[in-house]
Design a binder for this molecule. Structure first.
Ligand SMILES: [Zn+2]
Length: 581
């Protein structure tokens, strides 16, 4: 497994990055008071409501509610995942991303050697396709599939010659190099000692990550060897559950990807590209995972799964449907496309061409239709019993849908099919409330003292130094009290952290949404003296509130006659203090 990026480094990265400079490279920012504005890149608008705050190192759109840090902006705008965005920012700041391994924070390593050997190997395979004396069969195969030289080059297709040690002899001339080849999954250790090449007599397809670096290979056999398709094993840089073959190439070929077609094999992806469909990707011998879906939905709003028309294809589609449920929401579309029996995308597009193939995409089945067709096929909805069973079948899936308009509509369709007025989906108080969606919920103008203290800290993190000992807020209790203490301790230790860096500290924690929301709050005053006075006042109110709660608790105990001597004197003090105030 890859290591984790140390928090210290993220802090450093955030302090070296200026969000105004970064976003300014993508959007024409105009200065407006202390902030910068532009038309929002995340929704359509004519007048700018997208603002970037240099003080907070935070952006926020008043139109659609999009918000985040410099890292968050890169993730949203460039469709990168967190690690990719960190690398991108690090490159701009001229920093090298360190990794701490899982078990020991001192043992640092990075994967640059692995990437290098994979890159060199890819180049070597591709040279063998052009030059090796036995490459004819590979070239014949590609020609039969109708591939042009340009397509082969775009996908970096290569050739692993027959033989057990071609790659070993080329690159494995030192123990260090052999270790790298092994870590990259390119050679295999023999039981009796020594190594041999993993890929032999195969057409080679480099698998690239979204940054375009080769992370592994797929190889299709040319002789009688098995298996027909062979992938690199999981390595420190290659994770089958999250990589998608062809995604990098699709993003290179199409300026603005609108939809992505998910197919089964490399040759399907390549053959479709050859025929002008540059938006196909393939999973690497695994079913589509949620990780894959998240990655795809970072790039497009519509995903079409392409399956064989046979029984196995149907089963695979149902698995994909079930995996997709938690990722479905309004604004996202998933479709299911079934090929005629005996065809795969490669054979079909050769037969009927791009136009007809794209018509099939357009005619494919929507998520909701496939979902209900699948369920109603299992029961007879002309009977009461059958309709009751339909509800039982559907409910667990619908409960896994994120709250929102889409879920409401699915529930409405279930009511229609079951002819039931209400179908209760909810467990507990988790009501479907579209208002909790991004941007709809604004910070209330009157904040509780606790929220106000946190909000003011996010306005001006340095003020933590005047807050005194954080532990005295221990008795507030709950998640809110804990958050305040953690925030104060962090900022007292690191008074130079900007709001953006603070939010990055909380990135993967459940409080991150709450903090991001408070970070968008605009105080009615924005000079530092005003903020500080407000902060002192809020702290005082918070303490007063704590005292009131404590007094109530002790009075209750007094009523029950369970007050200790110590508590009695504490209560006395609290009451005296109240009388003075
Ligand atoms: Zn917006």
């Amino acid at each position: 497994m890859a290591g984790r990026i140390p928090q210290q480094f993220i802090d450093e990265l955030m302090s070296r990055t200026d969000i105004v400079e970064l976003i300014g490279e993508y959007l024409p920012l105009k200065k407006a008071g202390r902030e910068f504005t532009a038309c929002c890149p995340f929704h359509d608008e004519k007048t700018p409501s997208f603002t970037v705050s240099p003080n907070k190192q935070f952006y926020h759109c008043f139109g659609c509610g999009a918000h985040g840090t410099a890292l968050g902006f890169l993730m949203e705008y460039e469709h990168l995942d967190f690690v990719e965005a960190v690398h991108e920012l690090a490159e701009r700041a001229n920093l090298t991303v360190p990794l701490e391994s899982r078990d020991s924070s001192s043992a640092r390593h990075d994967n640059s050697e692995l990437y290098t050997i994979l890159e060199e190997t890819a180049a070597w395979f591709s040279r063998q396709l052009r030059r090796h004396t036995e490459a004819d069969r590979a070239i014949d195969y590609l020609k039969r599939r109708g591939l042009s030289g340009a397509t082969a080059a775009a996908f970096g297709i290569g050739f692993a010659p027959p033989g057990w040690d071609n790659l070993l002899r080329e690159f494995g001339n030192s123990a260090k190099k052999r270790r790298q080849l092994q870590q990259a999954g390119l050679i295999i250790e023999k039981k009796q000692g020594g190594n041999y090449d993993r890929f032999r007599n195969r057409i080679m397809f480099p698998i690239r990550n979204t940054r375009g670096r080769t992370v592994g290979f797929g190889g299709r056999v040319l002789g009688e060897d098995t298996p027909k398709y062979l992938n690199s094993p999981e390595t420190a840089v290659f994770h089958k559950g999250s990589e998608l073959y062809g995604l990098y190439e699709a993003r290179q070929a199409v300026r603005k990807l609108e939809r992505i077609l998910v197919v089964e094999g490399y040759m399907d992806v390549i053959s479709l590209a050859q025929h002008g469909i540059h938006y196909a990707v393939a999973t690497l011998g695994t079913a589509t995972t949620r990780e894959h879906l998240k990655r795809l939905f970072r790039n497009v709003t519509e995903i079409i799964f392409c399956f064989d028309g046979d029984r196995a294809g149907r089963d695979a589609a149902i698995r994909a449907l079930e995996n997709a449920v938690p990722e479905m929401r309004e604004g996202r579309g998933i479709r299911f496309m079934f090929l005629p029996e005996g065809e795969d995308p490669d054979s079909l597009i050769q037969k009927e061409g791009r136009g007809n193939f794209e018509e099939r995409i357009t005619d494919s089945v929507t998520f909701s239709k496939f979902f209900f067709d699948h369920l109603t096929a299992q029961t007879d909805i002309t009977t009461i019993e059958g309709r009751a069973r339909l509800i039982d079948l559907a409910r667990p899936h619908l409960q896994r849908l994120p709250a929102g308009v889409f879920r409401e509509m699915m529930a409405a369709r279930l009511r229609e099919l079951s002819r039931l007025e209400t179908v209760k989906l909810e467990r507990g108080n988790n009501t479907t409330n579209a208002g909790t969606r991004r941007g709809k919920k604004h910070v209330k103008s009157t904040l509780s003292p606790l929220r106000l203290v946190v909000a003011l800290l996010l306005q001006c993190p340095r003020m933590a130094t005047i807050a005194g000992d954080p532990q005295r807020f221990r008795s507030i209790g709950g998640e809110g009290g804990e958050l305040l203490i953690q925030l104060l301790e962090l900022l007292q230790d690191n008074p130079n952290l900007k709001t953006g860096a603070v939010l990055e500290r909380w990135r993967n924690r459940k409080e991150s949404r709450y903090l991001a929301q408070l970070a968008q709050w605009k105080p009615p005053f924005d000079d530092e003296a005003g903020l500080e006075a407000e902060f002192r006042g809020a702290l005082a109110r918070l303490e007063q509130q704590q005292r009131a709660h404590r007094t109530d608790a002790l009075l209750q105990k007094a009523k029950e006659g369970t007050l200790s001597a110590e508590e009695k004197s504490e209560l006395q003090q609290l009451l005296n203090r109240d009388n003075q105030g």
